[in-house]
Ligand binder design. Structure first.
Ligand SMILES: NC(=O)c1ccc[n+]([C@@H]2O[C@H](COP(=O)([O-])OP(=O)(O)OC[C@H]3O[C@@H](n4cnc5c(N)ncnc54)[C@H](O)[C@@H]3O)[C@@H](O)[C@H]2O)c1
Length: 426
């Protein structure tokens, strides 16, 4: 989608509202400045996610993908099929030595992000690093500080920041359309073992890095990272405390990371954000339910629902069933339930963008990164939003491991006001 068309189609109330809700979109305002600019990018770790990003980057006329670095030859071969002209390296340091490369995209396993990102900044490269930013809170802070010290562009793989559904609905949330938001229920459920096929046993830990403690923090860093950011974006504040539990309850196959996690993030005013992820049942799928006192938002589904929705007339066959039920229960003087279940299923809601979602924000996120590298301008608050997304998933994981509630550490706070709060537009 063309960016201008995208911004127009959102129909949010002007640039001022966008600046408050999603200030990083201002990067698209500098599109004209960079119209004649091009940049040269390298990718470190063109695996599954890397090659998905490459689909967009390789078609972007403002950027040339000039090099790939990976320790696994099949990943290099697959990337070369997409961009045959690129150079390839088996050691990322060699890619970083190429002075003609302006920026790098890092899409390696979590535990490698810190060293690669720090080396990339030291080599003077702008950095897009996939989420989560790093394996520990300290490493995440160090990377963020390095970005500030060097003044180089820093993006993270939080594509919901560029997803039209989210941008539009956050504008509505921040305008109070759904009343006070008192809770967010985020969850991501799948039914699968999360394993990838391994061509030979010595490659197990390289390919299934997600399943091992040395390289991953499992569901919290891989999935929660996206959804916690949505919660803080909606609530306009950061939680002060988190408690949680986690276990391996189903996939007892030698993995080391939990397949079942539940956390509660508490805010200073008592509001709550819950996070749950189970990978042995997919019925409820993925959602961030934003619960306001006059309405509910389900951005993944692309819908919102007002509380005072009147039920639609029951279809004929349902009426027939109800009459049938009446006859049975009506004959029994003790029949009838003592409560009315409050169920959501009767409210059809409305689409946020007038139809089912067709895209996520990844293409616009990569475009924004390219524009930022071309103009050498960091869009406001994008690094900070990624920073807190990572820190919240890491502190949640730590609360699970320690088995006790943990405050958000003072030492990990950075200067930042979440979107939608007073003063955040500056
Ligand atoms: N934003 C999103 O929605 C999203 C989705 C999926 C994955 N991710 C993130 O992308 C990253 C990669 O995930 P993936 O699923 O593509 O993993 P993957 O295993 O498919 O790809 C990782 C690649 O990095 C390579 N690699 C490993 N160590 C390396 C090193 N030291 N130097 C160079 N290359 C190295 C591997 O050989 C592989 O080709 C993770 O951080 C993950 O969380 C983000």
């Amino acid at each position: 989608m063309d960016r201008r068309e995208f911004l127009k189609n959102l129909g949010v109330a002007g640039a001022g509202a966008l600046a408050l809700t999603s200030p990083w979109l201002s990067t698209f305002a500098s599109v004209d400045d960079s119209a004649h600019e091009r940049c040269r990018l390298g990718m470190i770790g063109p695996g599954s996610r890397g090659r998905f990003l490459l689909e967009f980057l390789s078609k972007n006329p403002k950027c040339e993908m000039v090099a790939f670095a990976d320790i696994y030859q099949p990943s290099l071969d697959a990337a070369l099929e997409m961009v045959p002209s690129a150079k390839t390296y088996t050691d990322y340091h060699q890619l970083l030595e190429d002075k003609s490369i302006d920026g790098v995209v890092i899409a390696t396993p979590l535990n490698t992000h810190y060293q690669i990102a720090m080396d990339a900044f030291d080599a003077g490269k702008h950095v897009y690093c996939e989420k989560a930013i790093a394996y520990t809170m300290e490493e995440t802070l160090a990377i963020y500080r390095k970005h500030l010290e060097t003044g180089l562009v820093f993006f993270t793989g939080q594509q919901r920041l560029f997803d039209p559904r989210y941008i539009k609905v956050m504008d509505m949330v921040h305008q109070g359309v759904f009343g006070d938001i008192n809770a967010v229920h985020a969850f991501w459920n799948r039914n699968g073992d999360w394993r990838r096929e391994v061509p030979s046993p010595e490659l197990e830990r390289l390919i299934n890095w997600r399943l091992y403690k040395e390289s991953s923090k499992g569901l919290m860093t891989e999935l929660a990272c996206h959804q916690l950011q949505v919660g803080t974006w909606a609530l306009g504040k950061l939680p002060v405390r988190v408690m949680g539990t986690g276990a391996i309850t189903h996939w007892k196959d030698g993995r080391e990371v939990y397949d079942n996690v539940h956390c509660i993030y508490e805010f200073d005013d008592g509001r709550q954000m819950t996070y749950a992820s189970v990978i042995s049942n997919k019925f409820y799928g993925l959602e961030e339910q934003i619960l306001g006192h006059t309405g509910t938002v389900e951005p993944e589904r692309g819908k919102f629902y007002f509380e005072d929705y009147g039920p639609a007339p029951a279809p004929a066959f349902v009426q027939m069933l109800m009459e049938w039920e009446d006859k049975i229960w009506g004959a029994n003087t003790f029949a009838g339930s003592s409560w009315d279940p409050e169920v959501a299923r009767n409210n059809p809601g409305e689409y946020i963008l007038g139809k089912s979602p067709e895209m996520d924000g990844t293409s616009l996120l990569t475009e924004a990164f390219v524009d930022a590298v071309c103009t050498k301008r960091q869009p406001p608050r994008i690094a900070e939003e990624g920073y807190y997304a990572t820190q919240l998933c890491l502190i949640g994981h730590e609360a699970i491991v320690q088995g006790k509630p943990l405050p958000f550490p003072e030492a990990m706070k950075i200067e930042y006001k979440p979107y939608g709060t007073k003063g955040s537009e500056k």
